[in-house]
Design a protein around this ligand. Structure first.
Ligand code: AHR
Length: 494
């Protein structure tokens, strides 16, 4: 099969904000405890953080990590996780029906983030709590005044403010599963009042309001409209969450989920612009896709798991090769919408639906999805170009036309590189790829990294990697070959 990508160097989508390669750590299962933090582990540093996990996180060059939830945040009292650790209360976590020891809180997490070379994206509790606790938290984190909460931080050993610049106004407040779920009206009002006090304490921050927890929520659309009617003047971003799964064991349909993500983004952009026009505003609301991934095997697991355990094995999705293909496609969707999506968080980072896994007292290892995430973060920087694709395709279950070739093309001017990500979604045919690149004369293929497994269900484990990338030999005399169901990164250099 043949396919072609056409680009022109003056036909651009926008500049990629590196924060689209963000991730997420929630107090859930073994993400924090025995994930990033395991004091007795042989690689534990002076604060009990696992150095092997820190090292993998640094490898990924994660720009920002959302914390501390997720559903967890809607029942969280941030004061439980600061100061003297021997005095911290153990509490019930009603989101995941677990016990939270509070041995890690914002004091520790902001330090972990520094060691990981990443920024914190902080979520505040708008479930059981509201503006009052949020304003106290931001004073604790960012305050520079001689006042109670800023001084409390100093007493706890942190003279310098944490300087957290990105704040989420609650989490998935549209979902009935959320602790103290709200209607759009209720949430819109609380989010507005919380936004006001947060920005009064620290005007340099940016705020994310909750959009829909899923494209297919019955309230999608109306939720966004109502929330933005209230919050438009006070917030900078609207969130989207999306998880996809191969429920029907149909790989072709599964790989078409990137199209659903694309539509979700574009429809949300439409609503943001509708409210902007209605309010005669001059501010563009950007998007924060702050939870996305493949997740289905372990959905609702907490409902049947043993209750009230500390750091239980929850939501430990074992990713296979086809999951990595979809994650690769979803990263391209984010890149192709970089004019409006400025933040995105692969949910999550360690153990819980994550690219990095650990064994308690044992090694850390990379799941299949680690690789498309790694190569997007490291090489997907610069300007996204509008790519015209000519490719055969298929029909998805929704009746959408899905081209076999899925791609994003990024021009990294500083490095004089043209980076092409490409997934061949055909399950049985290799593809011969032609690139027509106007304005890029003299660029030649320099690297071809391929992720391929014959078995779509092949998976990595702590015993070893079955799915890992290979550098293909570059042959300028032959056409570029994309294997059937493969992920590829092609770098053209001058
Ligand atoms: O990432 C796991 C959970 O998924 C989060 O806690 C919640 O926000 C979403 O439903």
């Amino acid at each position: 099969m043949k396919a072609k990508i056409s680009i022109q160097n003056n036909r651009t989508v926008g500049t990629i904000d590196r924060r689209i390669y963000g991730s997420f750590i929630e107090h859930l299962g073994r993400a924090v405890y025995n994930g990033i933090y395991e004091p007795g582990h042989e690689t534990a540093d002076d604060m009990g953080f696992r150095s092997d996990v820190l090292e993998l996180t640094r490898q990924l060059q994660v720009p920002v990590v959302r914390y501390p939830g997720g559903n967890f945040v809607s029942g969280y009292n941030w004061e439980d996780g600061i100061g003297d650790r021997t005095k911290r209360p153990k509490k019930l976590d009603l989101a995941w029906l677990s016990v939270e020891t509070n041995q890690v809180g914002i004091d520790e997490f902001q330090e972990w983030a520094k060691r990981a070379g990443t920024d914190v994206m902080m979520a505040v509790n708008l479930g059981t709590r509201g503006p009052d606790e949020a304003r106290e938290l931001i004073e604790y984190c960012n305050g520079t005044t001689d006042t109670y909460y800023a001084n409390l931080r100093r007493q706890n050993g942190f003279e310098a403010p944490f300087g957290i610049k990105l704040w989420c106004l609650g989490n998935e407040m549209d979902g009935s599963w959320q602790i103290c779920h709200k209607t759009a009206e209720e949430y819109g009002r609380t989010a507005t009042e919380t936004a006001k006090v947060l920005k009064w304490v620290d005007p340099s921050i940016e705020l994310v309001a909750c959009g829909s927890s899923d494209h297919h929520m019955p309230t999608f659309g109306e939720w966004e409209r109502t929330v933005l009617e209230h919050t438009y003047d006070y917030v900078d971003y609207l969130s989207l969450h999306g998880y996809y799964g191969n429920y029907a064991k149909n790989t072709a349909d599964f790989l078409a989920r990137a199209e659903d993500m694309d539509r979700f983004i574009k429809e949300t952009v439409g609503i943001c612009d509708e409210i902007k026009a209605k309010k005669n505003g001059d501010k563009e609301i950007h998007l924060s896709f702050d939870e996305w991934n493949v997740w289905y095997r372990t959905k609702d697991e907490e409902k049947t798991a043993e209750r009230w355990l500390t750091a239980p094995h929850l939501l430990e999705e074992h990713y296979n090769f086809e999951d990595a293909l979809l994650v690769g496609c979803m990263l391209m969707t984010l890149q192709n919408n970089c004019d409006r999506v400025k933040i995105a968080c692969l949910a999550q980072l360690v153990n819980v639906i994550a690219p990095i896994m650990t064994e308690n007292g044992g090694p850390a290892w990379k799941q299949t999805i680690f690789y498309p995430y790694l190569y997007a973060s490291l090489f997907g920087n610069g300007t996204t170009l509008r790519a015209e694709v000519e490719s055969e395709g298929y029909r998805s279950k929704e009746g959408w036309d899905i081209p076999y070739l899925y791609t994003s093309v990024i021009h990294n001017e500083a490095r004089q590189e043209l980076v092409v990500y490409a997934v061949n979604r055909s399950l049985d045919e290799d593809m011969e790829l032609d690139l027509a690149a106007e304005g890029f004369e003299g660029y030649r293929l320099a690297e071809h990294v391929e992720l391929y497994a014959d078995d779509l269900e092949a998976a990595n484990s702590k015993e070893g990697e079955v799915v890992s990338p290979v550098e293909r030999e570059v042959d300028h005399t032959a056409p570029i070959q994309l294997k059937k169901h493969s992920w590829n990164m092609l770098i053209f250099r001058k």
